[in-house]
Design a protein around this ligand. Structure first.
Ligand code: G3P
Ligand code: MG
Length: 246
């Protein structure tokens, strides 16, 4: 069954290829491509001056040499940081990418993407609005349209207003029981959740309701096979080439 207007592959690189290169960096996108991935997932949030950047955490400590909340730093401050040294010396100096830089790299590599809206607290609607508008204007025409996703329905609603033609997916974890209401609220085509939540019953219900189901983060081939057998359309993997043998 075809669900949505774009069909991502069964294996999508998670945060680029997060076990093989520093997450959410251009080097990570290149690594995913080198591993054989055709799509990647990455996380987007806003700088203090409302520029979309590729970053997972709300604070800088774990994946950069900076400190404090991302939302307190301007783009100029963020782009001076090193987002690669924490991973290893080979990646020293790797910057926090802007969304625009990520789009250029995707276009150069021919990679499709699931863009996850990952708003800093209190910035849910603003993040959806800014990123939705940017994707509607600047998404590379050579690529398949992106799939937008978020744990924040507010962000997805705001993105929908700016980019109504793009497919959306709801991410659910602690709100797992609410998947159907959340998906309907944002006009989603898919439900994305943690692999450990996916039972035969959940998969049956999500598919019967007309949504595609995807799982994060799957780094084990046997687990990927279990999920695909249940009808899961795709998995996000830190090792996209390896799981691709599933
Ligand atoms: O989009 C799938 C997955 O990335 C969601 O969780 O925390 O890795 O962004 P997280
Ligand atoms: Mg993510």
């Amino acid at each position: 069954m075809t669900i949505g207007s774009v069909q991502p592959p069964r294996v999508i690189g998670h945060r680029g290829a997060a076990r093989l290169a520093p997450e959410n960096t251009l080097a990570g996108l290149r690594k995913a491509k080198a591993e054989g991935a055709t799509w990647v997932e990455f996380d987007i949030k806003l700088s203090a001056d409302d520029v979309p950047i590729v970053m997972h955490d709300d604070t800088l400590e774990r994946t950069t040499n900076g400190s404090g909340p991302v939302r307190m730093r301007t783009l100029a401050e963020l782009t001076r940081l090193d987002a690669g040294s924490w991973w290893g010396p080979a990646f020293a100096g790797e910057p926090i990418p802007t969304l625009d830089a990520a789009l250029d790299t995707l276009a150069a590599l021919g990679l499709g993407a699931n863009v996850e809206l990952k708003p800093c607290p209190g910035c849910e609607a603003e993040t959806g609005r800014v990123v939705g508008a940017r994707l509607a204007r600047a998404w590379p025409a050579s690529l398949p349209p992106p799939l937008l996703s978020s744990f924040s329905p507010e962000a997805l609603e705001a993105a929908r207003l700016q980019a109504p033609a793009l497919d959306r997916a709801v991410l659910v974890n602690d709100r797992c029981a609410e998947w159907e209401a959340l998906a309907a609220r944002v006009g989603a085509v898919a439900v994305h959740t943690w692999w450990g939540f996916i039972t035969a019953e959940l998969a049956r219900d999500v598919l019967a309701a007309g949504y595609a189901l995807r799982a994060y983060t799957v780094n084990d081939v046997a687990e990927a096979r279990r999920l695909f057998a249940l009808g899961v359309a795709g998995v996000f993997s830190d090792v996209p080439g390896w799981v691709g043998t599933a």
